[in-house]
Design a protein around this ligand. Sequence first.
Ligand code: GLC
Length: 726
Amino acid sequence: MKIFESKDGINYIRRGQMIPTETVVNMPDFHLIENRKAIGTLIESKGLTEWSFSLSANDVVYGLGQNMRGLNKRGFVYESFCSDDPNHTPDKRSLYGAHNFFVVLGEENWGLYIDFAGKVTYDIGFEDKNQLKITIEGVDFDAYVFKGTFESITKQFRALIGPSYVPPKWAFGYQQSRWSYEDATVVKEIADRFDSEDIPCDAIYLDIDYMERFKDFTISDERFPEFKSFVKDLKARDLKLVPIIDAGVKVEEGYSVYEEGVEKHYFVTDDKGKPFSAAVWPGKVHFPDFLNADVREWFGNAYHEMLEMGIEGFWNDMNEPAIFYSEKGLNEAIAFVSAQAGQNLDIYTFFTLKDKIMGLSNALSDYKAMWHRMTTRSGELKVNHYDVHNLYGYNMTRAAAEGFKRFDSDRRFFMLTRASHIGMAKHSGIWTGDNHSWWEHLKLNVQMMPSLSMAGFLYSGADTGGFGGNVSAELMVRWMQFSTFTPLLRNHSAMGTRRQEPWQFDQATLKIIRDQIRMRYALVPYLYAEFMKANQDQTLLFAPLAYAYGDSRSLLVEDQVLFGEGLMLAPVIEQNALGRYVYLPEDMVLWKASSVENLNQESFVKMEHGDHYLPLAINESAVFIRKNHLLVLTEPRNRVSKLSYDHLTVIGYVEDEATYDLYDDDGVTNQFEKGIHHKTRLTVVRVGETYRLSVDTTVTTLGNIELYIIDKNGKTHHLKQEKGVL
Ligand code: GLC
């Protein structure tokens, strides 16, 4: 084992020669440290590595990106193994992402990133409450150990993996999706209804329904005739269509993607070197070998045809990869089942029979029977899928992202994907997969957002309202209240479930949801600024309270999160709750956000640090403004592109002075990477009994600014400033 150290004190540990993940893009200068004692206890045996650390009684463990359970991961076992499992029940150990970064806070603060392509298991105080035991299914890996504050540890890590994916600004608008918008007429009706109901919306998704028999890069002529002009018509209304692309390519003579893939040996192979056969939506499929650079280029270019038709983004799905069954697995299962015909099955045989069928999907034996021709710097490497499983979805999305760059290197394209690895955060955002319309999954969403920020997945969000199951109006509203702050705000649901577009509920609910979406649009400039700054400064967009507050209570808060530099959110996540308890680590100002139309001096209440019970009617959510911080709203419009700086509202809790940098840029190009952007610095200073705002801006269209500033005695000062200038 070699241990190196950077000048910032990051310890870099190299064990053998790992399969490259291309996750770390900014490698600091490291120097070898001779005779450095290993960190934790590391044991290698039978091709596995076990790495253990002791935990102190009060240590908390945050991180692991997209995974189950609470903010503090202590007390359970988790896996990094991209899994297609729609039932996110508490006994599950993994979800769709593999994110090997966590931070321990307590007696000593430290963080660890394990750069590895295969499975990693984390027993975080489950077998032994005082031990964190990591099992790496391999002996070749890199690891990075960080020390410092929560903030400095996460910053150092994010600096290593480089900036996260930035979508076009319209992606901060509301997005409507459902698996079963079966044809162009239905999609148009959805678009029309948003406009007739006066509900803001920027994008409508096309799920697998738009394809011709679930074939990637095809469009059903029957259901979506004249696709190009359909895209154009919606675009003229400033609405984007976002089509889905699945990992599996249908096996079908005459289908060009399949034929070319076979001819050029672009598919993942089986033990005999033949394209591996599995089944997903279209029946039999082959999986493109995304770990191969030629395959990535080929697949990435396949997106171009739809880009030429005016499509501006996609979602990549089923890329864990999800396997309903493999040909081999199905044959074996059928043989077993047939052999039981006419038998008197006892409990064991019956369960075996059941398991044979239930175990067909995503079987490890299938993953172990798949082979890649991985492109590495030192040439092509034949690798077993199991050992690089977590890189598959990542590289599918990388193929798309690189394809978009070749199409137009200066334009931002929308990209969302399901399976992920930390290395993918630079290429795409993620949604959190097939959740359910369960209150537990709203809570999981709240708890997952901070760990996703830690892992660099800033552009993310859940299927708002829940994908599986039937959503109640109440759950829809409460979920919308939280998703108002997640960069991805997408209402998505599964075929066969209760419809959950805003107008599918009663009139009162429709009004609440409309107001909520209008609030989202009023917040877009602020959310976008927070997002871009979190990306550039490597700060957390969502964070546990302990990110900013050092008291022991803050370490344990599981259902309140910090958003950006100035807010704390305390969402209602329980059925029938007309309020909730909150813990305030310091004095804050509460905005019971229900609408942005009716703000007045009574809308804001200063609250003392400590514990409180907060009544929150169904249309109210708790948004707290932290001391000496500002929140900025604009006037809502029905599209992101229509938002302006004509009339801004600044809300602040200011004892003496507060400053806010309202970042902005063109929202469509990559010019921001060269530092080309607008900055508006708002500074509110207390002058005796009143406040003064000063504005330093490069925005020429800045209009009037209205201020609600709450002072330390809780008095709201309502001020107006013409043209934003004193
Ligand atoms: C997967 C996706 C889901 C999609 C469905 C049909 O379950 O996660 O979002 O609607 O496939 O394509």
